[in-house]
Design a protein around this ligand. Sequence first.
Ligand code: AVI
Length: 334
Amino acid sequence: MHDRVSGRPNGHAALAFFDDQHPPAGDFLADVLDGFSRQPKQLAPVYFYDAAGSAIFDEITQLPEYYVTRTELAILDRIGPELATLAGPGAVVIEPGSGSSVKIRKLLDSLSDPASYVGLDISGSHLEAACLEIAAAYPELQVGAICADFTQGLDLSHLPLEDGRRVIFFPGSTVGNFEPEGARQLLAGFRQAMRPGDAVLIGTDRVKDPARLIAAYDDAQGVTARFNLNLIHRINRELDGTIDPDGLSHRAVWNADQSRIEMHLVADQAQEFNVAGRTFQLREGESIHTENSHKFTQESFTSLAESVGFNVRSTWSDDADLFSLHWLEPTAKA
Ligand code: AVI
């Protein structure tokens, strides 16, 4: 770990610390070859977010059909005073995934004299840029960064953090992109890193009318289709792929049994393609399953949170119950 006082030539001068836990880089090639060898074919959504994919995702957040981002922002606006009371003065805000600066700023602006902000991300360059931006905007705040894979647990024990209540901020219903067991492990990892009195502020998208959900993931302007197909362009570019993106159609499907929206790319006609010298076939109508976005009820999320040792202290939703934010506190350890 580097700190500002010992000051090495690390380029993180404005950060209180940059803790590089050297997360192993995801193996894009191995994961793609493995996913195309499965039946049904699948690709991991984590690979959506190269520079082009992240920019398209930003466009998604502005779409009229994608109510998720604006609804969560409106709830955050409304509940600011309650969050300030719950967090108390001098909170230490920890953000796994270090995502939208609009959301974290809303939270920091709501709290009373937050002491610290700590961003966590697997990509060091993205993390550094995001944390430096926060450090520049909030000169009174202690800003630190941890380069780590937060899905493998949070190790905060050795960090020079201030003493306030730690609040882990995990907005956007990103928890819904994990498979149920992965979501459980993620929350269990958060729970493990917490002391009595700490909290998690987490967003979840709610189960609702399937037509509304499908529209949010298959918008009229085709932005989500572009987001989905960007993964194919990325494979072609980075892994020497020959997939014909024009022969694939974006589909969003509501799977009621699993309570999730699924995104697929479906072959309009049969095609054979290569990836890094390996040959694969797609039959006409065959799908490549690219993403799951799980939706929650109050009961399903409460039972998930309770299963890993959290108590849902408060839940806030919009009037139409599209989206919720929850304040979780650790239950006493058995
Ligand atoms: C990042 N995540 C919460 C988004 C979601 O709604 O599941 C990703 C997304 N995929 C298509 N549209 C948005």
